[in-house]
Structures are given as structure tokens and as C-alpha cells.
Design a protein around this ligand. Structure first.
Ligand SMILES: Nc1ncnc2c1ncn2[C@@H]1O[C@H](COP(=O)(O)OP(=O)(O)OP(=O)(O)O)[C@@H](O)[C@H]1O
Ligand SMILES: [Mg+2]
Length: 292
């Protein structure tokens, strides 16, 4: 399929505005912005979506989406995947599987401002929460338009551990000059293999790829050729590595593990569900104590 969106640029290579050096990465997508005349639904629920009103600029190599649970990372990642013609549930651009409707349909109203004349050769939306569904779909459809099991290393993703199946996807399915969206790709990985993922991301970038990665990983977000976008109740803004909330918290705990319980709580958008069983007469939500 051809790349969605208008042919918006002259296709000139990406350059660092400060040094005028060519930048690494595919740079296929420069910016995503809501189509003229269209509004953005659900902006009250997910303030991060407001970024599409003025335009969400992507780094030519890697754009990280970080922020608290519920801050809108997955919503943005999904919108970008949809705008680029990918399956919102995960997977590529020519082969779709569906188990449920995507929760917000924002991506269809987005304009993709291209950074290169040529479209990406390969696209994939790697979604932690639907790898199981993806694995089943691959098994059930060996002739799938995207190479079937062979494209995933010839071993069923179900016959590998959660982390192994992720690495199989990374090493076998993702290739050169691709546009990839990943939602919490670190979720199944040991810290050691988060570094494997980090190196895999670098290989994809060196092979002319562009990635958008929603993550909580302080390891992954250390990737140097990247912009880090923090999603919160005010929208989306660029932050430095040291200001990524996951980095601050991790640093603080590692510096004084004995004081981890004293760490301030995250500013949750909703109150967490009560933990443990409530004792009769004690009120729901209180800690049931060691013997409960
Ligand atoms: N299935 C859904 N139906 C309705 N609203 C939803 C649904 N999923 C998410 N939301 C709303 O969208 C907001 C953003 O959710 P989103 O999944 O994008 O957050 P996130 O930053 O990816 O969180 P996490 O770190 O937990 O994955 C949530 O706070 C919630 O209000
Ligand atoms: Mg999410």
C-alpha cells in the first residue's frame, strides 16, 4: 500500500538544526496533525491528544512516549499506528486480525506529514498486550500476507516464553527501512534483555528505520538518538532523560533501597482498587493485616 497522508515535503534528508549534520533514522514521518475541519474527540479524557491539534513532531530515529499509567501513551501510539495504516491491535499493514474494536479512533482523522519521499518498506505495531492474540493469529493463518510463521523465526510464539517471543519478533519480523510503533516492548523482558532491545532498536535505526515507543523503561529511554515526549494532564512536552519520571523514581530507589516504601505515590488519575479482603466492620480498602 502507499503511504497515507499528503506528499508534504521536498524529501530532503533530515538534518540536525544545530549542526546541520544529516541525522540517523528513517525520518519517514515528520509530524502528525489533525485534518483541517476535524476535531479531536476524547481530548477531555486524554489531554495528551491535544498534541495533534498543533502537530506532534516525531524524531527521525526514535520518539519515546513516557508518562504515568493512564496518561495517554497507548492512545497516542495507537493513533499513530492507525494513521500509518497499521492494525490498531498490533501487527503489520497488510494483515489484520481483530478481537475487539480499538477504544479511540483518533488516528483516522490525522494527517501524516512526510519527511521523505519514499515510504517505509516495512511497518509493524508491536503491542505488549496483544502479542498472545498475534501469536494465535499467526498459528491460525500460515498463509497470512506477511510471511506467516517464517517471518517470525519459524517457532510458534506460543512455544516461547513471553520475553523470548518478543525478541523473536524484534529479530525476525522487523527489518530495514521500517516504521515501527511499539507499546511497552520492555514489559516481558529482563533488564539484561531490555539492553538487547536497546541494541535492536539501534540496529533498526541504523538500517534506516523510524520508531515510536511508548515505554516505562528507564533503560530503553536511554537510547541517545531520540526525543522523549512526556504525556500528562497538560498535554505532551519534550523532556530530558533526567526528567523522565520513571528515571527519577528508579534512581531514587536504587540509591536507597531501604527507603523505597517512603517514595511518594504516583499522581494517579483514578484511585487504585482496594487491596486485600476487607474485614467485617473494618471498611473496604484497609490493609487486612498479616493473618488475613
Ligand atoms: N478501553 C477504554 N475505554 C475507555 N477509556 C479508556 C480505555 N482505555 C483507556 N481509556 C482512557 O484513556 C486514558 C489513557 O489511556 P492509555 O491506555 O492511553 O494510557 P497509557 O498512558 O498507555 O497507560 P499505561 O501506562 O497504563 O499503559 C485512560 O486514563 C482512560 O481514561
Ligand atoms: Mg499503555
Amino acid at each position: 500500500m502507499t503511504d497515507p497522508g499528503p506528499d508534504a515535503t521536498d524529501g530532503a534528508p533530515w538534518r540536525d538544526p544545530a549542526t546541520d549534520e544529516p541525522l540517523v533514522g528513517g525520518g519517514f514521518v515528520r509530524e502528525l496533525v489533525v485534518r483541517p475541519g476535524k476535531g479531536i474527540e476524547h481530548e477531555e479524557t486524554v489531554p495528551a491528544l491535544s498534541a495533534f491539534r498543533t502537530g506532534l513532531a516525531l524524531h527521525p530515529a526514535v520518539t519515546f512516549l513516557v508518562g504515568e499509567n493512564g496518561s495517554g501513551k497507548s492512545t497516542l501510539a495507537e493513533a499513530i499506528a492507525i494513521a500509518m495504516g497499521m492494525n490498531p491491535e498490533g501487527g503489520g499493514s497488510t494483515w489484520w486480525f481483530t478481537t475487539r474494536a480499538s477504544h479511540f479512533d483518533v488516528g483516522r482523522d490525522l494527517l501524516v506529514l512526510r519527511g521523505t519521499r519514499t515510504p517505509p518498506l516495512n511497518r509493524f505495531f508491536l503491542r505488549a498486550e496483544s502479542v498472545f492474540t498475534l501469536a494465535t493469529a499467526i498459528e491460525q493463518d500460515q498463509n497470512a500476507g506477511e510471511g506467516g510463521l517464517e517471518a517470525y523465526g519459524n517457532v510458534s510464539l506460543h512455544e516461547q516464553s513471553h520475553g523470548e517471543s518478543f525478541l523473536a519478533l524484534l529479530h525476525h519480523r522487523l527489518g530495514p527501512r521500517g516504521f515501527f510503533v511499539m507499546d511497552e516492548p520492555e514489559s516481558a523482558l529482563s533488564p539484561q534483555n531490555e539492553l538487547t532491545l536497546l541494541r535492536g532498536v539501534h540496529e533498526l535505526v541504523q538500517a534506516g528505520g523510524q520508531l515510536v515507543i511508548a515505554t516505562h523503561s528507564p533503560i530503553l529511554v536511554a537510547y541517545p538518538h531520540a526525543t522523549i515526549l512526556l504525556c500528562d494532564e497538560d498535554g505532551v512536552r519534550t523532556v530530558a532523560y533526567d526528567d523522565v519520571p520513571a528515571v527519577r523514581v528508579t534512581r531514587s530507589v536504587l540509591a536507597a533501597p531501604g527507603r523505597a516504601l517512603d517514595e511518594p505515590r504516583a499522581a494517579a488519575r483514578t484511585e487504585p482498587a482496594p487491596r486485600g479482603r476487607a474485614r467485617p466492620g473494618s471498611g473496604a480498602g484497609t490493609d487486612p493485616g498479616p493473618e488475613a
